[in-house]
Design a protein around this ligand. Structure first.
Ligand code: AMP
Length: 530
């Protein structure tokens, strides 16, 4: 078996590796390190958790150990899709370059330009950056990329999802043609393939097993849940989540709870907190210092529940997470694999549970196809009270804004978008594609800032209420974002005008001013009689 000592790394690096507690290189390291040390381009097809970061950081430290950086001219460049990943890569550099004198700078959004300029001015060996911030510095003339000898693109597929590929192409055009490129991606989408064919020169290709096949230590399960009413779906899901957590008891030492939208990350986090759970949110709209603080607390075991969006949690390395709860089914199958990969790390056991509503069933099928096996169905922890199809069947179907039946039912993504309530679009939308040069804070909102579900007009049947206790329903309402309140107001207005029609009440018609055409105020019967 290959040992680190077989890889021809500098003795000072080996010393740091031993201190980090590593004995043998992982497959991606075994493949990438010798090739990178020979100066070859590397194409690593590997996901987070495979040790890929050390796969590029170790040979970089080795190569950069000799030589000095000139002012404003970094000698190497690592591009990461998110601030958290960039910060994680920077930590890796600190760990492995303990005995080698190297300077580095982290260029990420949410940190003042001034501080970053100062570091760059002094000259850095390693520049770790998110693409948008890097280009901002370069455009301001504060950064010259002519001396970059090694360029790393990490998590290229996530860059693609976030719309960063044009930025990456631009950056490739700014670094010298003779640089060495180390390129990592979990998957090889056609666009990624095009980039590697264009910018990598005869790379050594290393592919390691997909995480989907490596997560055997993770116990998975999904609760198939049919809400009593569509507008109660979110609060009923929160009830299920709380009960799932409670049922796990002490076995759940800590957990990451994933939501598809940023608004839901906030709502779920607040709702858990209010109910006494130690929870905090992390997503791209929160300011960087808060994100860092929250992550640190979670890593240190001082925060039990991290409620997260995919982008913010992507690639996060927290060694011991006992549970992952998928509040929503991820709309990309690969994201599910990443999500559950936050638990069961380093051979530990982990548990991943998910809530699936009818409109998510297509996404669930995609995930099961990727995994190559079904995810075991779990009983609804609330029993019949929260998922009562019989009660739903007995309920008159409420109508949504489009005048369409809004009662819960299995929805397919193939259903016409024009027939869907606006919010449902967000359920199926791929990861946001923000404008080029945007950072994570701008990268998620398309999917995550969508309005809340359109409220149904029909009054809630008493049977349905039993599933979502009134107290928690009310408190949830209080915490709804402003646009929810707007929707609710709209709904009650609609209710008023429909009552008007039903009763033939000619008292008040709202919103038409003084010039009300007479026929509008008549009941349908009266109009027909005319
Ligand atoms: P990464 O895929 O780079 O995010 O790494 C995942 C985790 O594996 C990190 O916690 C690393 O510290 C750890 N790791 C990296 N290389 C090794 C190794 N050779 N042996 C044991 N753990 C490692």
């Amino acid at each position: 078996m290959t040992q680190f000592s077989d890889l021809n790394l500098d003795a000072k690096i080996l010393k740091a590796i031993v201190e980090a507690g590593y004995t043998t290189p992982t497959p991606i390291q075994e493949g990438a390190i010798p090739a990178a040390l020979q100066g070859r381009d590397v194409l690593g097809i590997a996901q987070t958790g495979t040790g890929k970061t050390a796969g590029f950081v170790l040979p970089m430290i080795h190569a950069l150990a000799r030589g000095r950086a000139k002012a404003r001219m970094p000698r190497s460049l690592v591009l990461c899709p998110t601030r958290e990943l960039a910060a994680q890569v920077a930590e890796n550099f600190d760990t492995y370059s303990k005995y080698v004198k190297l300077t580095k700078a982290l260029l990420i959004g949410g940190v003042s330009f001034k501080e970053q300029d100062l570091l760059i001015d002094k000259g850095v060996d390693v520049l770790i950056a998110t693409p948008g911030r890097l280009l901002d510095h370069q455009e301001r003339g504060k950064l010259i990329l002519n001396d970059v000898k090694i360029m790393v693109v990490d998590e290229a597929d996530r860059m693609l999802d976030m719309g960063f590929i044009p930025d990456i192409e631009r950056i490739f055009g700014l670094v010298p043609f003779t640089r060495q490129t180390l390129f990592f991606s979990a998957t090889m989408a056609p666009e990624i393939e095009r980039i590697t064919n264009t910018f990598l020169s005869n790379p050594v290709k290393i592919e390691v097993a997909r995480q989907a096949t490596a997560s055997e230590t993770i116990e998975q399960g999904v609760v198939m849940f049919q809400p009593t009413r569509k507008d109660r779906q979110a609060s009923e899901k929160r009830n299920i989540l709380r009960t799932m957590i409670d049922n796990e008891g002490d076995k759940c030492t800590n957990a990451i709870i994933f939501c598809n939208r940023k608004t839901d990350v906030d709502i779920v986090s607040k709702s858990l907190k209010k109910d006494g759970y130690d929870a905090a949110p992390i997503h791209g709209d929160l300011d960087q210092s808060q994100r860092t603080r929250t992550l640190d607390l979670f890593r240190e075991g001082k925060l039990r529940f991290l409620v997260a969006s995919d982008v913010a949690a992507r690639g996060l390395d927290v060694p011991s997470v006992s549970h992952v709860f998928n509040f929503d089914v991820s709309s990309h199958a690969e994201d599910y694999v990443h999500r559950i990969g936050r638990t069961g790390r380093a051979g530990r056991d982990g548990k991943a549970m998910m809530i699936c509503v009818p409109s998510d069933e297509k996404n669930l099928e995609d995930i099961e196809r990727l995994l190559g096996k079904p995810i075991p169905r779990l009983d609804n922890p609330l029993g019949k009270t929260a998922a009562a199809p019989a009660a739903v069947a007995a309920t008159p179907a409420p109508t949504d804004a489009t005048g369409e039946d809004a009662a819960p039912r299995p929805e397919r993504r193939t259903r016409s978008r024009t027939r869907k309530p606006a919010t449902d679009k967000t359920d199926v939308k791929p990861e946001a594609k923000p404008e080029a040069r945007s950072e994570i804070a701008r990268a998620e909102p398309v999917r995550e800032t969508a309005p809340a579900p359109t409220p149904a007009l029909a009054p809630a049947p008493v049977t349905a209420r039993t599933s979502a206790p009134e107290a928690s329903e009310n408190t949830d309402r209080k915490r709804q974002p402003a646009h929810d309140k707007g929707e609710r107001r709209q709904s009650s207005d609609r209710g008023r005008s429909s009552r008007h029609n039903d009763n033939g009440d000619k008292g008040v018609v709202v919103g038409l001013g003084d010039h009300l055409p007479g026929f509008i105020a008549m009941s349908f019967d009266e109009r027909r009689a005319e």
